[in-house]
Design a protein around this ligand. Structure first.
Ligand code: HMG
Ligand code: MG
Length: 298
């Protein structure tokens, strides 16, 4: 039942860096993204056009997006919360914009300063304008498997939010385990329930690895036939408005697992690890993934 091909969407330059307190030089971000482009990745989320006061690390979003080398065959995406963000994203000419909201009321309020119902009209306008500008639009739903404030999240609420986002005309939706609380049994349950509503082609999985369960959750999704996964090189990352959130599943560990399983994909693990060493030295601290650890010892 395993898919023959998997698409990995690298979110390290956005989801990874947004949680790092220490400001990384703009030049280093550009250099890092250029290295990621050369590793065979087909999708890189390079930054986010959120309010710089909320995420100071990514205040250089326009400069980063304008300065990277765009490699043919790679899609460069970025997060956009509202019309102001879209304006900046269009100025920087990213290929795709990602809108985002939460399935739980308290996380949505803490993350984007609005109730769920007040968020819809804001995002609808962003999707309309982005489409008019010829951009594809991705959506994220956060706290699909649990919320740091509200606890358990009703699956019907998740499905409802997903329907509302698809009704706006988005091209793909990524389901976020924002705080890494999902377990394989729950992933099986939620994804099986989603099957009645959405096709596997429309959905991606975005597992954070806070409790070390992201690869196990990924395997369940693969076995159900899902084939698009978000990950962050070295496991860098988290959501700054979700207490206790840590990095995404590590791209290098995911690539390694898929290669060992014989699932075809075209990413050069060595080049990825080189890019990992580069951002490690820029951060001045080691990245938490297994593959990065092994390559440091080699
Ligand atoms: P707000 O303060 O409510 O904004 O923030 P506002 O609309 O009231 O505007 C206030 C001022 O901010 C105005 O300026 C706007 O122009 C300006 P003034 O008129 O006062 O001079 N402003 C902006 N400036 C630059 N860029 C913008 C922007 N928007 C407004 N885009 C807002 C609302 C959504 C902007 C804020 O809450 C925010 O930036 N939140 C983002 C938080 C964030 O980045 N969280 C992490 C990303 S989500 C995530 O990690 C989860 C995910 O990975 C999936 C998962 O793991 O589950 C995607
Ligand atoms: Mg995330």
């Amino acid at each position: 039942n395993l898919p023959k091909q998997v698409q990995i969407k690298e979110v390290g330059p956005r989801d990874g860096l947004q949680n790092e307190k220490q400001l990384i030089h703009t030049e280093d971000k550009i250099n890092w993204i250029n290295q990621l482009s050369e590793s065979g990745l087909s999708y890189i989320e390079i930054t986010s056009f959120v309010h710089p006061k909320w995420i100071p690390q990514l205040k250089d979003a326009v400069e980063v997006a304008k300065s990277i080398k765009r490699k043919e065959g790679v899609t460069y995406g970025a997060l956009v919360p509202n019309m102001k963000g879209l304006e900046r994203a269009l100025e920087a000419d990213v290929d795709e914009v990602s809108i985002f909201m939460s399935a739980s009321e308290s996380h949505n309020q803490n993350n984007i300063n609005k109730s769920i119902s007040d968020t819809y009209p804001v995002l609808r306008e962003v999707v309309d304008e982005a489409k008019q500008a010829g951009k594809s639009v991705r959506g994220y739903v956060s706290t699909v498997f649990g919320c740091p404030y509200d606890g358990a999240v009703d699956e019907n609420q998740v499905i409802d939010v997903c329907h509302n986002l698809f009704d706006m005309g988005i091209d793909e939706l990524s389901l976020g385990d924002t705080i890494g609380v999902a377990n394989p049994v729950q992933v099986n349950q939620v994804l099986t329930k989603m099957e009645a509503h959405f096709s596997k082609e429309q959905l991606a999985l975005h597992f954070h690895d806070t409790r070390g369960m992201a690869l196990a959750n990924t395997l369940i999704a693969l076995q159900l036939g899902y084939h698009t996964f978000d990950s962050s090189l070295g496991g860098l990352g988290g959501c700054p408005y979700a207490k206790g959130a840590s990095g995404n599943v590590a791209t290098d560990d995911l690539v390694h697992m898929l290669q060992e399983m014989g699932i075809e994909q075209s990413i050069d693990l060595n080049k990825l690890l080189e890019a990992g060493h580069f951002i490690e030295s820029s951060l001045g601290q080691p990245l938490p993934s297994k593959q990065m650890g092994i390559s440091r010892k080699a």
